[in-house]
Design a protein around this ligand. Structure first.
Ligand SMILES: Cc1cc2nc3c(=O)[nH]c(=O)nc-3n(C[C@H](O)[C@H](O)[C@H](O)COP(=O)(O)OP(=O)(O)OC[C@H]3O[C@@H](n4cnc5c(N)ncnc54)[C@H](O)[C@@H]3O)c2cc1C
Length: 417
């Protein structure tokens, strides 16, 4: 039994959940954050923070360590073979820090874990949400504590089993438990597909090429490809693989399978990288060293039919999914974490009522309506460069920004909303 019931339980300690918990804790409320995994992610996944996200982190004095660990990207260059045909200048954003900070997701998560610990909040790793039931004055939760049970001689070869089941009764639950969200399922929110699925062959390696301060979007036969310069001389390449071909790529290469957070991703053979680079990035002349990632990843486009209800609310991947190029899922998720935590704290403090949460839902659904091309379509006025016009619809998810920043960046290349 816990000594005092928490005001808020956050389910899922990815970047969005960690940031939500930090916001609640900083308002002085009791928060518990649980995650079924045994530690933060050890990979880069979403690898960049938008200019708007940097301002969110600054509120918690996290900007210094973030910038120390990151590489700054100030331009988005659009390439057609070797031809750089358009430039988006992030420095034109009217922000305190008008650039995108590229850093590994695991570095960000560790900074957030430490910031929470400094406020006396420890992530409860190995704790999985089992059941959830809204009641009049809160939410009844049962949480399973998982432990590894050795099979014979070595614990590393063991299986995760439920060691203990605990009950909690917070006033509110924040579901940041990713795209397979149990919280979303428990409250019966639909999870419709709203756009095409994309598959990306993702490679991360060190190179001696000078990639500068530019994220490069490379067009090839209507497929999206992107390279990000990363800290310490690494770079991340994501090459879109057509749907039919993706199944062939995964079938041929599926000798090994990488488990990330309980999900298996087929590994791609290293030789495939050379062919992708030759055809889709003919300008690239650099070395390929320490190839630390080579996965085939599937990205769906979904928007939850609602952001929550009553005392149970969603943020981050539990509520939406999009393509990977503009790193919008995590970044917009961080903003949601802040807004949702503030709305809930307002209710806890008697400063707001259900209208604060209704406003959260309306704003988030409108934002994702735009980002996913459902509402407020982007259009190319007459005279727009044909290659830029060819990116409509769909360009909403390619640029590393959201909301007004995204509209301003689209305007730089002649597109309007
Ligand atoms: C291989 C890979 C590559 C990616 N590349 C990109 C990219 O290039 N660009 C991009 O924008 N995004 C990318 N992403 C997606 C990006 O990682 C997510 O958008 C981001 O992590 C979302 O954060 P989140 O906090 O909402 O959810 P998550 O990071 O998914 O965190 C959810 C957490 O909830 C926990 N959890 C789940 N169920 C339960 C439960 N029942 N009880 C307790 N805990 C639970 C999980 O263990 C997890 O820690 C990639 C993802 C993967 C896996």
């Amino acid at each position: 039994m816990f000594h005092a019931e928490p005001d808020v339980v956050v389910v899922g300690a990815g970047p969005v959940g960690l940031f939500a918990a930090l916001n609640v804790a900083s308002r002085g409320h009791r928060v518990r954050i649980i995650d079924k995994e045994w530690r933060p992610t050890a990979h880069s996944y979403a690898l960049a923070l938008h200019a708007a996200s940097l301002e969110l982190l600054e509120e918690f004095a996290l900007l210094g360590p973030v910038l120390a660990a990151s590489r700054r990207v100030r331009h988005v260059g659009f390439y057609d073979g070797g031809d750089r045909f358009a430039d988006v200048d992030l420095r034109a954003l009217h922000r305190d820090h008008s650039f995108v900070a590229v850093l590994r997701q695991d570095v960000l998560e560790r900074l957030l874990v430490d910031a929470l610990a400094a406020r006396g909040v420890k992530v409860m790793w190995n704790h999985e949400l089992a059941q959830m039931q809204p009641v009049a004055d809160g939410v009844d939760l049962t949480v399973d504590k998982l432990a590894r049970e050795g099979l014979g001689y070595a614990v590393e070869h063991g299986e995760w089993v439920v060691q203990r089941t605990r009950a909690m009764k917070p006033a509110f639950v924040i579901g940041t438990d990713g795209h397979r969200s149990r919280v979303r399922q428990a409250i019966g929110i639909d999870w419709p597909e709203v756009g095409p699925v994309q598959h990306f062959a993702v490679f991360e390696f060190r190179t001696d090429a000078e990639l500068g301060d530019e994220m490069r979007i490379m067009l090839h036969d209507g497929l999206q490809n992107v390279v990000w310069p990363m800290p310490d001389g690494y770079c991340r390449w994501s090459f879109e693989v057509p749907g039919g071909e993706a199944s062939t790529v995964s079938r041929i290469k599926e000798r090994s399978d990488v488990q990330l957070g309980g999900v298996g991703y087929p590994e791609i053979e290293p030789e495939a990288l050379g062919e992708f680079l030759r055809v889709r990035a003919p300008w690239f002349r650099g070395s390929v060293e320490d190839l630390r990632w080579r996965l085939l990843v599937r990205f769906e486009r979904r928007r939850a039919a609602g952001m929550g209800d009553g005392r149970i609310w969603l943020a981050g991947d539990s509520a939406h999914m999009t393509g990977p190029v503009g790193i919008q899922s995590m970044n917009v998720g961080l903003l949601e974490a802040r807004d949702l935590a503030q709305a809930i704290c307002d209710v806890l403090e008697g400063r707001g009522g259900s209208e604060s949460l209704a406003a959260y839902e309306a704003a988030r659904r409108a934002e994702w309506g735009f980002l996913l091309g459902i509402d407020r379509p982007v259009y190319a006025p007459p005279g727009t460069d044909a290659r830029i016009a060819g990116l409509v619809p769909g360009i909403e998810s390619l640029l590393p920004a959201a909301a007004g920043d995204l509209e301003a960046l689209l305007a730089q290349i002649g597109l309007a909303v």
